[in-house]
Design a protein around this ligand. Structure first.
Ligand SMILES: O=C(O)c1ccc(O)c(O)c1
Ligand SMILES: [Mg+2]
Length: 587
């Protein structure tokens, strides 16, 4: 299917937008009026630029407030239309979007709307142009797509059809099944946008919060299925008004947009490269930057250094099924403090995982390995963390642990494995990250949460599947702790471990204020041991959750968690307390 995008969806000047859109592999663009008007180049030159970049101009948009107007207004509207047709001819665009009238002067008269749109289509046809009529969700009298279709049908002109926009249809809660009643040749254009479910004015929602399909809460794929059922064969075109994308790197946004369409297309027509859901964590790799803090914390937690890499300054620390690599090589780019730099994911088929990642435009990292090392493929996650695809302990695949000849047995303590890993995204990459993990790894995103930090808000979204749990955070604050990452270890008996750690390693665990326990006991009743051991507690319908945190080294801290019953969360109720204590710890 042809893939297009509206210029409003990415940042920059019109020429920067076109370059970014072409670089991401799109076939065409919808040129937005504002972008053109503000562009210093004449339309002919814009057309040449697009052509050189391999982009068609699939639509020019929008012509506003045209239909259902009093006679005296119509004259001026037709003059605007004539100007637009001439401009479009110079631009080489043959489809014009007319969005439903939002003016208070518009008349509630479908016959009049149809007659005036017919007149517009007649004029357009004289210039070789077709008109696609779109119901804006906040149109004065026309706000439903089937209403726009009825007017188009009444107008009955071959150069007049509808433009369907998933946002306008789904934001109003309209049933997209009705799309199938429109003949495919009358669907002139299809615009796609997703959005988070927000209870707010639909215009504000549309202009500021749209996102790419797969990043929000709408069933865009289901809508596209109905459109394709009509026989529509035009482009899938993204039209996303988003405050964050407007100010982010255009190339990155355009790639993210393309990833969204690739995932959408695949959901429509599976092509045999599905996501390979990881079954858990092989390891977490931390750069030590010369600090002994991380190894100190790990040994206090009961980990042992079980091996050292044959050729690199990397140590393997293990306990039960939890593996942590401590890398002492100076990182090239990092801010010279301990940080999480890589995650090993267990996958049933590493080659299929990389193939999937490549298809979804994930940057595949060059393999840097010594001749005898196990071949490990890695990709870069949106925050720069390397994700390695591993198959640990299976004879059918080279085992990366063989690169760490074991000098010591793996201790069996309270820690049994890695429960989850929490990464921090730059604020402008949050939507990108959820689409990335969903598309590349097949993880299911959960609702995003907002957690109060003493100096801002932390947005957080858990993504889980197949035994892998990731938490993606962004901070709207510049506070230092905003960039913290953590590895959460699963613990068999957290009360026992906490008792030992409090006795043997004072200062290792984050202190929790007494007010927290007063509040907790008011909600759930007293459990003196939880207070005494400084544990955090949460529960859901399925079970209970005990957890605690270590102090932070550089950007990294560890969490210890015990899931009791079927508890499936992350203790979000306690995140604000943790952030406040961490802030105090830092200052
Ligand atoms: O917000 C708007 O004005 C606007 C304009 C054109 C569109 O196609 C659209 O969906 C919204
Ligand atoms: Mg639209």
């Amino acid at each position: 299917m042809r893939k297009s995008i509206a210029t409003v969806s990415v940042s920059g000047t019109l020429t920067e937008k076109l370059e970014a859109i072409a670089a991401a592999g799109f076939d065409g663009v919808e040129v937005f009026e504002n972008d053109l008007v503000a562009c210093p180049l004449p339309p002919e030159e814009i057309r040449l630029r697009a052509d050189d970049l391999g982009l068609g101009i699939d639509m020019y948009q929008p012509l506003r407030d045209f239909e259902a107007v009093p006679d005296d207004v119509l004259k001026g509207n037709l003059r605007r239309a004539e100007y637009t047709f001439e401009l479009m001819n110079r631009l080489g665009a043959d489809t014009l979007l007319v969005c439903s009238n939002v003016s208070p002067d518009a008349l509630p008269d479908d016959e009049l709307a149809a007659a005036q749109l017919r007149l517009l289509a007649e004029r357009a046809a004289g210039h070789g142009i077709r008109v696609a009529y779109e119901a804006l969700a906040w149109g004065r009298h026309v706000s439903e797509y089937l209403h726009a279709w009825r007017i188009v049908r009444t107008a009955d002109h071959p150069a007049l059809g509808v433009c369907l926009d998933s946002f306008h249809i789904l934001s109003r809660g309209s049933d997209p099944i009705g799309i199938e009643a429109i003949p495919g040749e009358k669907v002139f254009f299809l615009q796609l946008a997703d959005a988070p479910r927000l209870a707010m004015d639909v215009l504000q929602w549309s202009r500021h919060y749209r996102c790419f399909p797969g990043q929000g809460g709408f069933d865009v794929t289901g809508l596209v299925r109905h459109v394709l059922a009509t026989g529509y064969a035009g482009p899938l075109s993204l039209e996303v008004f988003n405050d964050v994308f407007r100010q982010s790197d255009a190339r990155r946004t355009a790639l993210d947009a393309m990833r969204s369409l690739i995932a959408l297309e695949e959901a429509l027509t599976p092509d045999g490269v599905p996501p390979v859901v990881p079954s858990g964590f092989a390891f977490a790799e931390l750069a030590t930057e010369g600090s002994a803090e991380l190894s100190g914390i790990l040994s206090a937690l009961g980990f042992a250094r079980t091996g050292t890499h044959r050729t690199k300054p990397v140590e393997l620390w293990e306990q039960g099924g939890a593996r942590v690599l401590l890398n002492a090589a100076p990182a090239e780019s990092a801010d010279e403090e301990p940080a999480l730099v890589a995650i090993g994911l267990e996958t049933p088929d590493p080659a299929a995982s990389v193939k999937r990642a490549g298809k979804l435009l994930a940057p595949v990292l060059p393999r840097e390995r010594a001749p005898r090392d196990a071949p490990l493929d890695a990709i870069a996650a949106p925050d720069g963390t390397a994700l390695f695809f591993c198959r640990t302990g299976h004879a059918d695949h080279p085992d990366w642990t063989a690169d760490f000849p074991r000098a010591e047995p793996v201790p069996e303590g309270d820690v049994t494995g890695i429960d989850h890993v929490a990464l921090t995204q730059p604020w402008q990459h949050f939507d990108e990250a959820s689409l990335f993990y969903r598309g590349v790894l097949g993880l299911r995103p959960q609702e995003s949460l907002e957690v109060a930090d003493p100096y801002g808000l932390l947005r957080s979204r858990a993504m889980a599947g197949g035994g892998t749990r990731l938490v993606v955070n962004i901070a709207r604050t510049v506070a230092r702790q905003a960039s913290r990452q953590h590895v959460a270890f699963a613990v068999r008996d957290l009360r026992a471990l906490a008792r030992r750690l409090r006795a043997d390693h004072p200062g290792l665990l984050l202190p929790i204020p007494a007010n927290y326990y007063d509040n907790l006991e008011a909600r759930y009743g007293a459990d003196p041991e939880i207070r005494e051991l400084g544990l955090l507690y949460d529960r859901d319908e399925e079970g209970e959750f005990l957890h605690l945190y270590t102090v932070t080294a550089g950007r990294v801290f560890f969490e210890l968690v015990q899931r009791i019953g079927g508890y499936d969360g992350y203790g979000a109720a306690n995140a604000a307390v943790r952030l406040a204590v961490q802030h105090a710890e830092r200052s």
